[in-house]
Design a protein around this ligand. Structure first.
Ligand code: GLC
Length: 750
């Protein structure tokens, strides 16, 4: 007993000594003091070590040696919990100062419980729900000792050819910013120190989604005003939401690669926005500045990246190889290095890694039911109904005896999870076929036919069986679209139609004159205008994740009314791209009498305006569009004032009535248009939205408030101002004028 007490006393005295002799180890003192104390103890090599992130390949002596020598600040992709614990112990117990590692991972849309792809999450227009999705992702990731996710991806994406539109939150700065902020709040919670929260990473800073030709990693040319009024907006929202980190992008931005861009990384991010977290480069993006032709060699790449303000280098080792010499030769200021290292240490302290470096939460063996329920709710609310002729949907079990479930995506777990699902298990996925069988297998005869070997197959040998399956059924569910490999990083497409022989299959099935419901799974807007008249209903399910099958089934059979709205414009053809709702008016805007083209059939010119001879200038489906089983009537759009000054609050109200037979959610959208200004302004800009549930016959008055901040933009002098003038205000169910009530108001300075 005496020995135990003696040991306890020694441990207590030792810990007390350590804490007081090394304040950075004392959890009770201010983080900034801990940072300064630690920095004062670090050698230059140790500081540079914090600025280096390595990909984890295997737990070998060389890796452990790097850690114990203080040469590593972070690993990404250490997927095994045991490996992470061994690495962390090596860092805190064997390195000179015991600085913990931070483990990063692409937890983009769920960790083990896979949520819909972010584009689908954005289609919910439900930030509260999306926040819950990020919360459960963080819970599952922290069980595996992940402290940091490389999400949300909040690049404005206006080009569906770009494979990474799947990871984006769409084309609009307000919606994408709101959804991105919800993800950040879900990942980071109210306290990064909490053992179920992780640091978020707003990426890819900045302009990556504007890649020319929609081809990944391609050049981006974005004038400063467009950069500030569109592409930077979501990142500013993220920084204002307290995002812990950012990731600098691959792209050449106006001649200066984003990972060496002082204007965006220093002038804007630090000097204007006072960001004090840290920036990690994208994978080898610093080395790639040599290929860009922006750096002669690794030495110059390291200089340009660190001088611009990239705190941590992902995978390439230019910092490890050249920074010490650059600093010792005074080419790089030591105080600037301290600022960059402080940013990294600040997030490690905020995460509590110095105090609780290892998360001892047990790893749950199965997907928690609550997590699956949240994933299902997000998937259900992400599904957008684009068409429902003769109210074919919802299917009524009482009215049919048999059902054909056809297509290569009816039972394809991996495709259903979508891109970036490193830790999702296909075995956990509930596909539409399985969901429908389990729910309705006793009430209906359910026939399944894959119809194609894969979604991209051009082989029609399985069509015959599919047609026979459909012939003996009362209704046909057809699951088509893209597999996961056609979506995501570097997976860009120059054609957006349904791949392989899918269109042929639709045409063949349509000849049977059965109720034909098309469910499209995809990571981007596709073009399918030539088959919309061949099917009764179209549901766009994106890649809906682990619970997507149940979500789709619930929509098809009417357990829930579809409530998704498009977060991105759908073009009629790839030739229209870029096509987005918040475009400029031009000096010769087209008019309705220049519509009515048959896709691809040129007509005689009619008038001098901005249109095409061989396709309508309008989209196939508008931003914000999505149908419901119910119907909604908008009326009584009211503004509190018709003339407001810079100090006023403009109160807007509208009456919305559910005029249909179903309980359903509707997303009421508010747009404005600044009719004239010192620079041209978009024809519409989303400024508010509210998603609300209505029982049949229910009427609600929906209220919004706007202030002068909502009318500000970067003006002719590149100042962020509102300008007096006339505005149009729209409220309705999509960005299409025909779905909007209109009013107007005038803004005066005083
Ligand atoms: C990739 C992606 C980035 C990701 C990183 C780590 O190349 O561009 O989004 O987070 O590497 O996997």
């Amino acid at each position: 007993m005496k020995t135990q007490k003696l040991l306890l006393l020694i441990f207590f005295l030792n810990t007390t000594y350590l804490i007081f002799s090394q304040p950075y180890k004392n959890p009770n003192i201010n983080i900034e003091k801990r940072i300064n104390d630690l920095l004062s103890r670090m050698t230059l090599k140790e500081k540079i070590g914090q600025m280096q992130q390595y990909n984890f390949w295997k737990l070998d002596d060389a890796t452990l040696k790097k850690v114990t020598e203080g040469k590593v600040g972070s690993f990404l992709n250490a997927s095994n919990k045991k490996d992470k614990i061994k690495l962390q112990k090596a860092a805190i117990e064997k390195s000179r100062l015991g600085i913990p590692l931070i483990f990063g991972r692409d937890v983009i849309h769920g960790y083990k419980t896979i949520l819909p792809i972010p584009l689908g999450e954005a289609a919910t227009w439900n930030p509260e729900l999306v926040k819950k999705g990020a919360e459960i992702a963080a819970q599952e990731a922290t069980e595996n000792n992940i402290n940091w996710t490389f999400a949300p991806m909040i690049d404005i994406a206006r080009d569906p050819r770009w494979g990474r539109i799947a990871e984006s939150c769409g084309e609009d700065p307000f919606l994408a910013g709101t959804i991105g902020a919800a993800m950040i709040k879900g990942f980071q919670g109210n306290n990064l120190n909490d053992n179920s929260t992780i640091a978020a990473c707003a990426k890819h800073y900045v302009g990556y989604g504007a890649a020319e030709g929609g081809r990944d990693y391609n050049t981006t040319l974005i004038p400063e005003r467009e950069l500030r009024n569109v592409y930077l907006k979501t990142f500013q929202t993220a920084v204002n939401s307290g995002v812990a980190t950012l990731m600098s992008a691959f792209n050449d931005l106006n001649g200066v690669p984003a990972s060496g861009n002082k204007f965006t990384l220093k002038k804007i991010l630090r000097n204007e926005w006072n960001f004090n977290g840290f920036v990690v480069s994208d994978w080898e993006a610093i080395s790639e500045m040599i290929k860009h032709g922006f750096a002669k060699d690794g030495n110059e790449a390291a200089f340009k990246a660190v001088d611009a303000g990239v705190n941590m280098e992902m995978v390439s080792e230019n910092y490890a190889n050249y920074l010490e010499k650059l600093i010792n030769s005074h080419k790089v200021n030591g105080r600037w290095i301290d600022t960059l290292v402080a940013g990294i240490l600040r997030i490690k302290f905020k995460l509590g890694l110095f105090d609780t470096p290892i998360n001892s939460k047990p790893v749950s063996e199965f997907l928690p039911a609550q997590n699956k329920q949240i994933a299902k709710s997000i998937a259900t609310e992400s599904i957008v109904m684009l068409q429902n002729k003769n109210n074919t949907l919802p299917l009524k079990v009482s009215e049919i005896n048999s059902l054909a479930v056809i297509g290569p995506l009816a039972n394809s777990p991996k495709a259903q999870m979508g891109t970036w699902t490193l830790d999702g298990n296909p075995k956990d996925v509930i596909t539409p076929l399985n969901a429908i069988k389990s729910e309705y297998g006793k009430k209906l005869k359910i026939y399944y036919s894959k119809a194609m070997e894969s979604p991209r197959s051009t082989n029609k040998k399985l069509f015959k069986k599919a047609i026979q399956t459909a012939k003996k059924s009362d209704a046909v569910l057809l699951f088509l679209g893209e597999d996961e490999e056609l979506s995501g990083e570097t997976h860009c497409r120059a054609f957006l139609n349904l791949p392989g022989a899918q269109e042929n299959l639709i045409i063949k099935l349509s000849k049977l004159n059965k109720p034909l419901i098309l469910i499209i799974m995809a990571g981007r807007p596709l073009t399918f205008g030539n088959i919309t008249n061949k099917v009764n209903s179209i549901l766009y399910a994106w890649h809906p994740g682990t619970m997507g099958g149940e979500a789709i089934s619930d929509i098809i059979f009417g357990k829930t009314s579809p409530s998704g709205k498009l977060p991105v414009t759908f073009p009629r053809t790839v030739g229209q791209i870029p096509l987005y709702y918040n475009h400029k008016n031009t000096g010769r805007p087209p008019s309705p009498n220049q519509l009515g083209r048959v896709l691809g059939t040129p007509v005689n010119p009619k008038g001098y305006a901005s249109y095409y001879l061989d396709v309508d200038y309008t989209p196939a489906y508008y931003f914000g569009y999505g149908e419901s089983y119910s119907s909604f009537n908008y009326s009584d759009l009211t503004l509190s004032k018709k003339i407001i000054d810079f100090n006023d609050t403009l109160k807007v109200s509208v009456i919305v009535k559910n005029t249909g037979k179903y309980k359903a959610k509707e997303t009421i959208q508010l747009y404005i248009r600044d009719l004239y200004a010192s620079v041209t302004r978009p024809v519409k800009e989303l400024k508010r939205f509210k998603k609300a549930e209505f029982i049949p016959g229910e009427t609600k008055t929906i209220h919004f408030k706007l202030t002068v901040d909502d009318f500000k933009f970067y003006d002719i002098n590149m100042k962020y101002n509102a300008e007096p003038g006339d505005f149009v205000l729209f409220v309705g169910s999509s960005a299409n004028d025909k779905d909007l009530l209109k009013s107007n108001f005038t803004l005066t300075k005083y």
